[in-house]
Design a protein around this ligand. Structure first.
Ligand code: SME
Length: 174
């Protein structure tokens, strides 16, 4: 998979449809997602551009989300990065909310019901479940990938494994 060059020489992504088939098993769908993310970021050194495209890819690829995107580690706190969804809180201290706990502990947070997560930060009242995965480079958390859903228990162990594998690949691309 590569990026097509149009007649003007500009890159065109319109020819790509990254969505998996509706009956595709989740592990295979996540493999396709990772392949698409790999292709989208392969030739681009700009981390913001890559995070923006990955946020759009996640949004396109995964059903039942109301928010998908990144928070970046900047001078010891999380700062909002590229995302899809409604405007969100901009800065999250380490240890606060689902994202802050994920970043502090360098550990994925799979939350079936955000209303029972102590300190959950409600950026959008429709969110009911959340998956937050750290992006770790050279032993340090450099960002988190945050997925929110209006469904309770939207995410399971297969989603966690799929997003963790994506995060591992992205560690060198953002
Ligand atoms: N709910 C998150 C905050 C980020 S928003 O969901 C986009 C949290 O508790 O960390």
């Amino acid at each position: 998979m590569g990026l097509a060059l149009g007649e003007s020489g500009t890159r065109s992504l319109a020819m790509f449809d990254f969505r998996p088939a509706p009956d595709c098993p989740k592990p295979e769908a996540y493999r396709q997602l990772r392949d698409a993310a790999e292709a989208l970021t392969a030739d681009e050194p700009d981390g913001v551009a890559n995070m923006a495209n990955i946020a759009a890819l996640l949004w396109d690829f995964l059903p039942d989300l109301n928010w998908a995107g990144f928070y970046r580690m900047v001078e010891g706190e999380l700062v909002l990065g590229p995302f899809m969804g409604r405007p969100a809180c901009i800065r999250i201290p380490l240890g606060k909310g689902v994202c802050g706990v994920c970043a502090q502990d360098a550990a994925t947070q799979l939350v079936e019901d955000v209303h029972s997560f102590p300190g959950h930060i409600a950026c959008d009242s429709v969110t009911n479940s959340e998956l937050v995965v750290p992006v770790v480079r050279d032993g340090a958390v450099i960002a988190v990938i945050d997925l929110d859903s209006p469904l309770k228990a939207r995410f399971d162990a297969e989603d966690q494994a799929g997003i963790e594998a994506l995060a591992a690949m992205l560690a060198q691309r953002i």
